[in-house]
Each structure stands twice: as C-alpha cells, then as structure tokens.
Design a binder for this molecule. Sequence first.
Ligand code: NAD
Length: 262
Amino acid sequence: MRESAVSAQSAMQGALAGRRVIVTGGARGLGADFVTTLAAAGARVVFGDVLHEAGEALAQSLAAQGHDVAFAALDLAQPDSIAAFVEHAAQRMGGIDALINNAAITNSGGKFAHEISVPTWDAVMDVNVRGTWLMCTAAQRFLADSGRGAIVNIASDTALWGAPKLLAYVASKGAVIAMTHSLAREFGAQGITVNAIAPGLTEVEATAYVPAERHAFYLDGRALQRAQVPEDVTGPVLFLLTDAARFVTGQLLPVNGGFVMN
Ligand code: NAD
C-alpha cells in the first residue's frame, strides 16, 4: 500500500469506527478507494453501482477480511433504484450517518460543445445532477436521525478552470457545486453537513482515455508536481465525515496538488 494510503487510513482510525456510510459508484476508481479505506477505518459501508460483478467482488473481498461492507445494485439514472438502495442500506445498517455522492459519468469527453448530442447531455445530467439530488433527499431523514449526518459530493476541478471539450460533464459538476451550497443551508437545520471535493485529474481506469497532453497540462500546472492518485482524494473526503469537521459545511475543497486554487 502507498504511504499516502496508509496515512489516510491511520488518520481516520477511530474517527470513523462504526460509522454507517453509503457510497455511490464504489465498484472501482475513487469510489473503491473510499470504500476500502472506510472499511479499514472500521466504518460500516453499503456501496452501490451499476457494475454488479465488480461491486460484489470488492464487497466479498473486504467482508472476507472481516469488514462490515456490502454491495447493492444502484442505477442513479433510475429514481426508483435510488430510493430502494437507500432504504436497503438504512435497513441493513440500522441507519445512515454519511453519504458520499461519488458516482458519475463523463460521456462528453473529447467533444466540442456543438458535437454533444441531446441524449448524451441528458444522460450526464440525469446521473450526475438529478442522481445526486435524489440521493441527498432519499438519505435526508436517516442523516437527520444520525445527529452527525454528513454528505460529501464529489465534484471536479474541471468546473473551476473551464476545461474544454467536456461540456456536459463540466456543467454537471458546476451544478453539483451549486447544489452543495444550497443543500448545506436546507439540511443545516437538521445538523447535516454538505460539502464538496473537487479532485483534479486522477490516475484511474476511467481516465486512461484522457489524452497525454491533458495529463501533461495538469502535471505542469500543479504546485505539487507528480501524478494524482485516488489516495490523494480519500483523506480529505473522509476527514469531512469525521467529528473534527462538524462545523464545516457548504464548502468546496479542490484536491489537485494546487492545480486550481480558490
Ligand atoms: P469511475 O468511472 O471509475 O467511477 C465512477 C463509478 O460510478 C463507476 O464505478 C461507475 O460504474 C459508477 N456509475 C456510473 N454510472 C452510474 C449509475 N448510473 N449508477 C450508479 N453508479 C454509476 O471514475 P472515477 O474517476 O473513479 O470517478 C469518481 C468520481 O470522481 C466521479 O464523480 C468523477 O466525476 C470524479 N472525478 C474524477 C476525476 C478523475 O480524474 N478520476 C477527477 C475529478 C472528479
């Protein structure tokens, strides 16, 4: 395991023990790193994804190590699936303390604005924006009952620096950031914190298609000049679920080695 992963894990040890967390899009990539690190920190996790085989495999391997982790089918494009997933997770864990809205689709990558089709635009918005909204509202009453409810929305720094040739995705992440602000005010009355993390370009299977020039552009523009890996994002995300962050809400934290500063 990388040194950064070990330190994120040990920093969270105890702080998240027994915490009941749901994660969307946990079957691979950043989501799988959140799930794995949460499990290692003693949290109880139910994660959902459209990738059933990969999700089941991850859950089984973590359960075999003694962790309280389960996978459940989830399709954010389907409102009924969202409601069923949240109910199932709450029933399994006896409530929900935290929600990480991580799942998203990109689809518009490599295309100019005029090349994106309306069905592509709608698909991106349905999953990334409507899906995030519906996850938040489905989980709201459980998070309120928790007394220390926390939501972390995974945005993207592409919405902050104006990444070209990615318009539907960038617009959806801008919406996620805006929803984070408004939901923080609405949910604050119930003691639920709502924050967003904006990762920079991170080395995962899903970004293997990103052209080398864009990887180089990020590398050159970072204050910390190395490739970004999932473990870089996990620590800040998990911090926002801990009791150390109970007075932090409505905030956006870019996690990108200093590529974009706000
Ligand atoms: P990824 O594609 O590996 O992860 C996304 C996960 O969401 C996948 O497991 C996918 O199957 C799942 N998913 C997709 N559609 C779904 C649906 N309809 N219902 C349920 N699950 C669905 O990509 P990733 O890079 O790990 O991305 C994770 C998050 O981080 C996303 O929100 C992404 O926008 C954000 N992000 C990633 C980067 C990066 O460079 N990797 C940078 C900025 C932000």
